[in-house]
Design a protein around this ligand. Structure first.
Ligand SMILES: Cc1cc2nc3c(=O)[nH]c(=O)nc-3n(C[C@H](O)[C@H](O)[C@H](O)COP(=O)(O)O)c2cc1C
Length: 177
């Protein structure tokens, strides 16, 4: 593995990419960075835009994507994984991960901010209608109403384990601070 490449509109995916870089020693670049090792083996992280991983198509032309990770505001689960598979059609054997990101309107700009200004109200209204919301649905309501981050260090553990299987030495969960 040569590097971690990411896209990020509001900073949450960037945070995860940097956490994984710190734990693994792999260099980290944003997708547009001219210093990124073109043609190299990469773990790609992208924020979720309308169900798909932003930048995946572009990244797969420029690099050899060895692992793909979406970061969205939806709680983790099979639904988000299915949406990514449907929208991006990654190879069936490509390791696919999902990390719960965050939504903070003031971190967004331009069209993304405008879309989410409207969309967050819809999400909040839908969550309020649920009679017995799960803990995750409650969190999503808070995220859509006031903005919140679910970025947590422990969430990257499965990715660190996978990197270890690829021969990348990582700091591991217990020493990872
Ligand atoms: C225009 C737009 C569309 C989005 N669509 C989705 C979506 O379909 N599913 C989802 O879970 N999150 C969606 N999100 C939320 C982001 O994926 C989520 O806030 C993510 O953590 C952003 O990562 P970032 O801070 O690195 O940009 C959308 C956000 C924006 C701005």
């Amino acid at each position: 593995m040569d590097a971690i490449i990411y896209t990020s509109a509001g900073g949450h995916t960037r945070n995860y990419a940097h956490m994984i870089s710190l734990a693994s020693g792999l260099p980290v670049y944003s997708l547009g960075d001219s210093e990124a090792p073109e043609g190299g083996d990469i773990l790609f992280l992208g924020w979720i835009f309308a169900g798909g991983v932003k930048g995946y198509k572009k990244a797969s032309k420029k690099f050899r994507v060895r692992g793909l990770c979406g970061v969205g505001m939806s709680p983790p689960g099979e639904k988000v994984m299915e949406d990514i598979r449907k929208k991006d059609r990654p190879p069936a054997d490509l390791p696919l991960f999902y990390l719960w990101g965050g939504f903070e309107l003031d971190k967004l700009k331009g069209i993304n901010r405008l879309i989410m200004f409207l969309k967050a109200k819809q999400i909040a209204a839908a969550m309020k209608k649920i009679e017995q919301p799960t803990q995750e649905q409650r969190q999503l309501l808070i995220m859509a109403t006031t903005g919140a981050s679910q970025v947590k260090k422990e969430s990257i553990t499965p990715i660190l384990k996978w990197l270890e299987q690829q021969g990348v030495a990582t700091l591991g969960k217990e020493r990872h601070v």
